[in-house]
Design a protein around this ligand. Structure first.
Ligand code: AMP
Ligand code: ZN
Length: 497
C-alpha cells in the first residue's frame, strides 16, 4: 500500500505513480512568500496544502528535505520585469530598512504557520543570501548563449532557448502566441522579445535601495532566478517535487524550468505540483482585489465578510474538505459546518481515550465487523494515496468515527471487532487526524466561566452545611492546582502558589 501513492504531475497533466529519484530520500521545493506584507488566507491555503503533502510523505517513511524559500528581493510590483521591488516599495513607504520589512513579515509568516499547525521546512533559504550563486547561474546562461546583456541588465533569451527546448511546456502556453504578444510595457524596450525575462536588473540611475555588485552593473536579481538557484543548491540538479500555487505556473515556474534546462541541459524536477486558489464569491482572494482577510481577522471575526470568529483548526479543517487542486470558495456557512466537523473529530479522540475492553468480554470477533474496520482503515490510505485527497480521507475518518461512537454507546463491542482491529482503528484514527491531517485539540475553555459554575456549587454546599461535599470540591480543585479563598467579598479562586 505504501508504494501506491499517485500524484498529479502538472508537467504531464497525468496522475503518476510516485517514485522518488533516490528513495527513501525525497527532495521537495515549495515557493515561499514574498515578505512585504501579512500573509492572507489564500496564501495560507497553499502552504497548508503542502504541509499535508509533507506530513504524508513523512508518514510513508520517506526522508524528506523540504525547502521553502523566503523571497526578500527581486519580486517586482509588476510581474513583467517592470516597476518597483515589492519590499523596497514598502520600506520606502514606512521609512524603514528593507531588511526590517523582511524581518517583520517573515516573523509574521512563521507565527501564522504555527497557528495553523504547519510544520517548519527543513531549510528556509532567502534570495538575498544567494546573490553569488545567482550571478554564477547568469554567467553560465550567457556562456551558453541563452542570455544577453543590455545596459547593465541581463535577460533570458527565450527565442535562443526555443531552438533546442520547449518554452511553455509546463504551462501549456504556445511560444508563437507568446512571441506575437508585443504589448509595450514599461521597461520592456530593452528586451529583444517581450517574452524574454530579467535575470539581472541594473539599478544604476534609479533609486532602488536594494542593490549588489555584479559583472554587469550594480543591481538585483530577477525573481525567477532565486528558486532555480536555491532548489539546485539544496536539492540537486534534479529533484522530486516542486510546488507552488497555480498562479505561479506562468511565468514563474515556466521561467524557472527554462533557466534550469538551459543551464544544466535537463529537467530539474520530476513532479510539478500546483495547488488551487482560495476564492471569495468565485474570485481569487488577493490583496489587489481587496477581498482578502488576514488570519488574525478570522480569529477575531473582525471583518465585514465574517459573521463570527473562527479558530485556526476550524479553518484548517475547512481547507481539508476540498482537494488541493480544486478551488475552495470561502463562506461563513462552510466555515460553520467545518467547525462542527472539526469538533466531531476531536470528540472522537476523547471517546477513544476512554474506550477499554470491558472485563468479561470474551466473545470471539465477528469476521464481518472486523473486516469493516480494516476496510475503512485501508480506505483512509487509499484516499491519501490518490493524490493526497484529504476530502475523501475525511469521509472515511467519519465512517471510522461512527464505529468509535458505536463502541461508546455499546451498540458494538471491542470483543466483536477483536483487539487487533480495535488497536488498528485507534491507531489509524489518531494518526490520520493528528499526524497526517495536522489537526490538534484546541482548548477554548473559559476558565473563569467554568470556575463560576464550581464556585456556585461550593457556595450552595457551604450554605447547606454539606461539609463532605465542600471538602471533596476543595481537594478535587487542589489536585488541579486551584485553591478556593473565602473572602469577605465572597468566594474567589487562585492558582496554588
Ligand atoms: P506570494 O507571496 O504572492 O508569492 O504568494 C505566496 C503563495 O501563495 C504562492 O504560492 C501563491 O500561489 C499563493 N497564493 C496567492 N493567492 C492565493 C489564493 N487566493 N489561494 C491560494 N493560494 C494563493
Ligand atoms: Zn519560486
Amino acid at each position: 500500500m505504501l508504494k501506491d501513492l499517485r500524484i498529479n504531475n502538472s508537467l504531464s497533466g497525468k496522475k503518476e505513480l510516485f517514485e522518488p529519484i533516490h528513495a527513501p530520500f525525497v527532495g521537495m521545493y515549495v515557493c515561499g512568500p514574498t515578505v512585504y506584507s501579512d500573509v492572507h488566507l489564500g496564501n495560507v491555503r497553499t502552504f497548508v496544502s503542502f504541509d499535508i503533502i509533507y506530513r504524508y510523505l513523512l508518514h510513508l517513511g520517506y526522508k524528506v528535505r523540504y525547502v521553502r524559500n523566503i523571497t526578500d528581493v527581486g519580486h517586482l510590483v509588476n510581474d513583467a520585469d517592470a516597476g518597483e521591488d515589492k519590499i523596497a516599495k514598502k520600506a520606502k513607504l514606512e521609512n524603514i530598512e528593507p531588511m526590517e520589512v523582511v524581518q517583520r513579515y517573515t516573523q509574521d509568516f512563521h507565527r501564522v504557520m504555527d497557528q495553523f499547525n504547519a510544520l517548519p521546512p527543513s531549510i528556509e533559504p532567502s534570495a538575498t543570501g544567494h546573490i553569488l550563486e545567482q550571478i554564477e547561474l547568469i554567467e553560465l546562461l550567457i556562456e551558453k548563449g541563452l542570455a544577453y546583456e543590455v545596459n547593465g541588465s541581463v535577460y533570458f533569451d527565450v527565442k535562443a532557448y526555443q531552438k533546442d527546448h520547449n518554452y511553455g511546456k509546463l504551462s501549456g502556453r504556445k511560444i508563437e502566441d507568446l512571441l506575437s504578444n508585443t504589448r509595450a510595457l514599461d521597461g520592456q524596450d530593452e528586451k529583444r522579445e517581450s517574452v524574454d525575462f530579467a535575470l539581472w536588473k541594473s539599478a544604476v540611475g534609479t533609486d532602488h535601495i536594494m542593490r549588489w555588485k555584479s559583472p554587469w552593473s550594480d543591481g538585483f536579481p530577477g525573481w525567477h532566478l532565486e528558486c532555480t538557484v536555491m532548489g539546485t543548491k539544496y536539492l540537486g540538479k534534479t529533484f522530486d517535487i516542486h510546488g507552488g500555487g497555480m498562479d505561479l505556473k506562468f511565468p514563474h515556474h515556466e521561467c524557472e524550468l527554462a533557466q534550469s534546462v538551459g543551464a544544466h541541459g535537463h529537467d530539474p524536477v520530476k513532479y510539478w505540483l500546483h495547488t488551487n486558489m482560495l476564492t471569495v464569491n468565485g474570485q481569487k482572494m488577493s490583496k489587489s482585489l481587496n477581498n482578502s482577510f488576514l488570519p488574525h481577522e478570522l480569529f477575531s471575526g473582525d471583518h465585514e465578510l465574517l459573521e463570527r470568529p473562527y479558530s485556526p483548526m476550524t479553518v484548517r479543517f475547512f481547507m481539508l474538505q476540498s482537494h488541493y487542486a480544486s478551488t475552495l470558495d470561502f463562506s461563513n456557512d462552510a466555515l460553520l459546518a467545518a467547525q462542527k466537523g472539526y469538533r466531531k473529530l476531536m470528540n472522537g479522540l476523547k471517546t477513544l481515550r476512554n474506550l477499554h475492553v470491558n472485563e468479561g468480554e470474551d466473545a470471539t470477533p465477528n469476521e464481518k465487523a472486523t473486516a469493516q474496520i480494516n476496510q475503512i482503515c485501508d480506505n483512509c490510505y487509499r484516499a491519501m494515496n490518490d493524490d493526497f485527497n484529504t476530502a475523501l480521507t475525511l469521509g472515511h475518518l467519519f465512517n471510522l468515527l461512527k464505529k468509535i461512537n458505536n463502541l461508546h454507546t455499546q451498540n458494538l463491542t471491542i470483543s466483536q471487532i477483536g483487539q487487533e482491529a480495535f488497536d488498528r482503528m485507534k491507531h489509524t484514527y489518531k494518526t490520520f487526524v493528528l499526524e497526517i491531517l495536522g489537526l490538534k485539540e484546541e482548548s477554548n475553555l473559559d476558565i473563569d466561566g467554568l470556575m463560576d459554575i464550581v464556585i456556585k456549587e461550593y457556595a450552595a454546599a457551604k450554605e447547606a452545611k454539606n461539609y463532605d461535599k465542600v471538602d471533596v470540591l476543595r481537594s478535587s480543585l487542589k489536585s488541579q492546582g486551584i485553591v478556593l479563598k473565602d473572602m469577605k467579598s465572597g468566594i474567589d479562586w487562585a492558582y496554588e502558589e
